[in-house]
Design a protein around this ligand. Sequence first.
Ligand code: TA6
Length: 268
Amino acid sequence: MIDFIEVNNNSASAKIAFQGAHIFHYARKGEKPLLWLSEISDFEKGKAIRGGVPVCWPSFGMNNPDLPQHGFARTALFEHQSTKELDANTTEVILILKHSQETLSLWPYKFELELKVTVSDKLTIELTTTNLDDKTFKITQALHTYFSVSHISDAKIKGLDKKPYLDALTNEKLVQSEDIIFEKEVDRVYQEVEAEILLSDKDRTIHINNEGSSSVVVWNPWIEKAKRMSAMRDEAYNDFVCIESANAYEDFKLIDPRGTHTLKATIY
Ligand code: TA6
């Protein structure tokens, strides 16, 4: 079992694991959870939780081929810096990861990575990288958010129309036409994204607004890939869509010594 922080205020509830600063539950009072969590997720040291908001850092996917898929932060043990009740409806939690012998052996840079989560009638996630080294480093990253949907056939993503994207399944570069619906495996990295994204479902619409990011990843494994995914039931592809607030591929960030970059997602 891995330790986590439980937040409960007048607006919402949330759970954030110290491992990976991984938010694995968020629900507004009286509503169904916004985040999907696999019923057969691992909850043990060294294994990423399947669902919620995995933190992909300092590499998205295999953008840095010298690192594990999605980097090392999502299985690293963050330290709890603070939990503050800003008011009866708002709780702020800050978790920190700093370089260590282990991270330096994987990625030769000194850094501090802060995850600030604000839990209210919105879920705000701010991932801030600080370069503590004396040389510039490059990162790619994503808040790999799994959104719960009533059924994949009801899910529709609005706001990415006419945006260029890389189809990670075929390596083609294409342009989105109309809303995104799901009738097969979808694994796409959209670029030039600046407006609000809507995940419309049968009985609710989830809003996603990103700052410090112009790339968004959309993923659903569909039938065959779901069978191959760890800690995921075969039929789970019906229950979630990943919309990931990212700095992926050409949206990478170069961070100079003492420089910072914040990737922020506001979800409601
Ligand atoms: O963001 C989409 C993706 O890169 C998919 O290709 C799939 O691999 C997914 O992430 C999950 O990756 P994981 O390493 O968590 O199994």
